[in-house]
Design a protein around this ligand. Structure first.
Ligand code: CA
Length: 326
């Protein structure tokens, strides 16, 4: 479990990033809306399991952020969505259920910012194929459960506690006993973003960030591993930029992506299919349109409470494979 001191430190990180996220509610000229979007239905990529060294292998992380110690992780195979969940997909869920998001219910942090928005009111107009934003972890988990039920699968989450559920509806900490749609674990997310654990800095398989290749805030040139350029401060259609070697789009940048885990400091010892249970805060990965290149690194970790949300927060889906083949 994370220490009280650790929680305090992370709360400050979350607040700083949340403030940044609020800036994305500003209306600014869009630049990526006309770029190509996926023509085929959204699908998932099977990621073969394996061993990798999780954590900041390149030494770029903030001293106070626990991207280290680098430690060995073994993962079984899993599925992860090629794209972030889109406005169109989320709207279908809302139209069929009448669901109201945390932001619409004024739950969680950041809904009271000067740029108060929700997924239908962002301060700029999104197309249907842009990532749904202002998502809380609770919103993402509820969407996962709805989609599971739509397809006749057992729901993955207890929506009250945020706990994972196995196929029989019992609470589990073994992610591979979860049958329905869920969020990726933090380890799965990093493994997939790093093309099955390669030593790369960004989720498109590259070590240098260009705003023509990743939707991040490139308005400053603070880092040697990023090109200074445009700060869109808005989403781009999912799949606007080249994917990584696994065929995954926007693993760095665009929407910031919720993971299923609760925050904890990394241990030094090896972990197998790691999943950190608990209440909150929950992990976000990959940086976003409103974050700088440092936050878009595949190693970068942030967190919010379960009902918190901001103009950058979205998600993508995962499923367990069920086989033990690492
Ligand atoms: Ca993303």
């Amino acid at each position: 479990m994370v220490s009280a001191r650790g929680k305090s430190r992370w709360s400050l990180v979350a607040i700083a990033v949340g403030t940044l996220g609020g800036l994305c509610g500003l209306s600014v000229p869009g630049t990526g809306a006309a770029e190509k979007s996926p023509s085929s239905p959204r699908g998932m990529v099977r990621v073969d399991g394996g061993l990798f060294m999780m954590g900041d292998l390149l030494g770029d992380g903030n001293a106070g952020q626990p991207e280290i110690p680098v430690h060995e992780v073994a993962l079984d195979s899993f599925y992860i969505s090629r794209y972030e969940v889109t406005v169109k997909e989320f709207r279908r869920f809302v139209e069929r259920t009448g669901y109201r998001t945390s932001a619409e219910k004024r739950e969680g942090a950041y809904s009271q910012s000067p740029y108060e928005t929700h997924w239908k009111l962002l301060g700029y107009t999104q197309t249907d194929d842009e990532p749904v934003l202002q998502m809380s972890w609770n919103d993402a988990a509820t969407y996962c459960n709805w989609l599971s039920r739509e397809e006749g699968l057992p729901p993955a989450y207890d929506e009250k506690t945020g706990a994972l559920l196995d196929a029989g509806g019992g609470t589990t900490t073994d992610v591979h006993k979860v049958t329905g749609y869920r969020l990726p674990t933090e380890a799965e997310w990093e493994f997939a973003a790093r093309e099955r654990g390669k030593k790369v800095r960004f989720g498109n398989g590259k070590n240098f960030a260009r705003p023509s290749e990743i939707n991040f805030d490139a308005g400053s040139d603070k880092y040697a591993y990023a090109e200074k350029g445009i700060s869109r401060k808005r989403s781009t259609p999912v799949g606007s930029f080249k994917p990584n070697a696994l065929g995954l789009y926007d693993m760095s940048g665009n929407a910031w992506e919720w993971c299923t885990d609760v925050l904890a400091d990394y241990p030094a010892k090896k972990r197998v299919n790691p999943y950190v249970a608990g209440d909150e805060p929950r992990i976000l990965r990959g940086g976003s349109m409103g974050g700088d290149a440092k936050s878009a690194r595949v190693f970068s970790r942030y967190c919010f409470g379960r009902a918190d949300h901001c103009g950058n927060s979205g998600f993508r889906l995962a499923r367990s494979d069920g086989s033990k083949d690492r």
